[in-house]
Design a protein around this ligand. Structure first.
Ligand SMILES: Nc1ncnc2c1ncn2[C@@H]1O[C@H](COP(=O)(O)OP(=O)(O)OP(=O)(O)O)[C@@H](O)[C@H]1O
Ligand SMILES: [Mg+2]
Length: 425
C-alpha cells in the first residue's frame, strides 16, 4: 500500500488483519502493479475475466478497484453466489443500482410493475422483498428485461463498471442443476445466459465495462458444457500469488499494527513455509501467530515458534476449518460422481509428493463413471485441479502449487492411505 507523505510515495508500515472476507482500503496490501494494469484496461474500455486460484484476492481486487474509481464510474458490484437461474442474475444486476439515487429512481420507473406493491414505502422495504417482486416480474422475459436494464445503465452520463462475482457458480448451476447432470436443455440455458452477457458487453462497449470473476474457474465449466467460445470477448486477467517481498512486508506490517515483534528472519521463514504466497494463507498464518502469542503471553516470535505454530495451529482442526472451502468448491464443480476420484488423486499427490500418469490411471480405473468414460472423467478432473490452482504439471508429474495445501491435505486425508506403488496387482 502506498501512502503519499510530502509528495513522496512511501510503503505503508501497518496493516489491519483481513477477516476471511474480501478486503479493501486500509486492509488491502500490495497489488499496485496489478491494479494499475487492471484499471488501465478498464479505462481503455475492455471487458475482463479475472482469473486466479482460490483465495488469491479476486474479490478484494474488484472491491479496491471500485473504491479507487468511484469518482469516475458508477461501480456496481454484483454477487451471483446465491442465484440459480438467469432471471435471478438480472434481479441482482438491478438491485446493485440501489446505492445510486438517480439511477435507482430511473430503474423504478422503467420497472414500475415490479414496484407497484410497495408504492411510497419502497425506501423502507428491504432489498430482499424488492428482489422477490422483481424476480416474479422478470421470470418469463428475463432477457428482454435484462436488455432494458443494461440499456438504462448505458444511457447514464457516468460510465458504468459492472463487477460480477461468482458468475461461474451460476453458470455451473444452470448447466448441471442439483443432480450435476448436463442435459441438452441445461446446456441451452447456460448458452443463452452467456450469450446474453456477451451480446450486451458488445452492444454497450465503451459505456459499460464488465468484469467477471469467481471462486471457481469458468473455463473448465465451459469446457464441460462445450461452451468454450462463448465469452471470448472478455480479456483474461490472471492474478498471481504475492511475491516473497510483498508477503513478508505484509507480515511485518501486520506485526507492527498488533504490536508483535518478529525475531530476525521470521517473516522470510514464514513465507518459505507457505511455499506459495496466496494472500489468504499469509493472513491466516499471521492470525494463528497472533492468537498463539496471546495464549502464551508472548509479544515476540522466534523461528522455532513459527514452526510450532505451523504444525500445531495451521495444520490443526482450526486450520482445516478454513481450508474445507477447497473441498466444498471442488464438489460444486465436479459433482458427486467425480469428487471421490479427485479427492483420491489429491491424496496420492499429497502423500507421495507428486502424481504420475501411471498412478492417475490406476486410481481412475478403480472407479465407475456413469456419465462419462474413465478417460473423459480423468481429463475433466485434472483440468479442474490444474485450472483452479490445486495442482501444477512439471516434468510430466502433477504437484501441489501450495505447500500449505499439500501439508493440510496430507494431514487431513493421508492417514492410512496406501500409495498406488504399494498396492498389490
Ligand atoms: N490485497 C490484499 N491485501 C490483504 N489481504 C488480502 C488481499 N487479497 C486477499 N487478501 C486476504 O485473502 C482473503 C480472501 O480474499 P478474497 O475474498 O478477495 O479472495 P478471493 O480470491 O475472492 O477468494 P475466493 O476464491 O474464495 O473467491 C482476505 O480475507 C484477506 O485475508
Ligand atoms: Mg471471491
Amino acid at each position: 500500500m502506498l501512502l503519499f507523505v510530502e509528495g513522496k510515495a512511501m510503503t505503508r508500515r501497518t496493516l489491519k488483519m483481513g477477516l476471511g472476507n474480501w478486503v479493501d482500503g486500509d486492509r488491502f496490501w500490495g497489488r499496485e502493479d496489478d491494479l494499475a494494469i487492471f484499471i488501465s484496461r478498464i479505462t481503455d474500455g475492455a471487458h475482463q475475466s479475472l482469473i486466479a486460484q482460490r483465495r488469491m484476492g479476486k474479490t478484494s481486487l474488484m472491491k479496491e478497484t471500485a473504491r479507487r474509481l468511484e469518482d469516475q464510474y458508477l461501480c456496481l458490484f454484483v454477487d451471483l453466489q446465491k442465484c440459480s437461474a438467469a432471471p435471478d442474475a438480472v434481479v441482482q444486476f438491478g438491485l446493485a443500482v440501489r446505492p445510486y439515487q438517480s439511477l435507482w429512481k430511473r430503474f423504478r420507473s422503467v420497472f414500475s410493475n415490479a414496484f407497484e406493491g410497495f408504492r411510497d414505502s419502497v425506501d423502507s422495504v428491504n432489498l430482499g422483498e424488492i428482489g422477490i417482486s422483481l424476480r416474479a416480474d422478470f421470470a418469463s422475459q428475463w432477457r428482454q428485461k435484462g436488455d432494458q436494464l443494461l440499456e438504462m445503465l448505458a444511457a447514464s452520463e457516468t460510465p458504468v463498471l459492472l463487477l460480477v462475482d461468482e458468475a461461474p457458480i451460476l453458470v455451473n448451476r444452470i448447466l448441471k442443476g442439483s443432480d450435476y447432470q448436463i442435459t441438452s436443455q441445461r446446456r441451452q440455458d447456460a448458452d443463452l445466459f452467456l450469450s446474453w452477457i456477451r451480446d450486451n458487453a458488445v452492444r454497450h462497449q465503451g459505456k459499460i465495462r464488465m468484469v467477471l470473476s469467481g471462486s471457481i474457474g469458468l473455463e473448465p465449466i465451459l469446457r464441460q458444457g462445450r461452451l468454450s467460445a462463448t465469452l471470448n470477448n472478455f480479456e483474461p486477467f490472471e492474478l498471481q500469488p504475492w511475491d516473497e517481498d510483498t508477503a513478508s512486508g505484509c507480515l511485518e506490517a501486520l506485526a507492527a499494527e498488533y504490536n508483535l515483534r518478529f525475531e530476525e528472519g521470521v517473516p522470510d521463514e514464514m513465507v518459505k513455509m507457505l511455499g506459495c504466497c496466496i494472500p489468504h494463507h499469509v493472513q491466516m498464518f499471521f492470525r494463528h501467530a497472533h492468537d498463539w502469542c496471546r495464549r502464551h503471553g508472548q509479544s515476540a516470535i522466534s523461528r522455532q515458534d513459527v514452526k510450532t505454530i505451523y504444525r500445531n495451529e495451521m495444520l490443526s482442526i482450526r486450520g482445516h476449518a478454513e481450508l474445507t472451502h477447497y473441498e466444498e468448491r471442488l464438489k460444486l464443480v465436479l459433482g458427486d460422481e467425480l469428487l471421490p476420484t479427485a479427492l483420491e488423486l489429491l491424496t496420492e499427490t499429497a502423500v507421495v509428493g507428486s502424481l504420475t500418469s501411471e498412478a492417475t490411471g490406476m486410481i481412475c480405473a478403480a472407479y465407475e463413471f456413469e456419465s462419462s468414460s474413465a478417460a473423459e472423467a480423468r481429463r475433466q478432473i485434472l483440468d479442474v485441479l490444474e485450472h483452479d490452482g490445486y495442482l501444477e504439471q512439471k516434468r510430466k508429474r502433477y504437484r501441489f502449487v501450495s505447500k500449505l495445501l499439500r501439508d493440510w491435505w496430507k494431514t487431513r486425508h493421508g492417514f492410512g492411505y496406501i500409495r498406488t506403488s504399494k498396492r498389490g496387482a
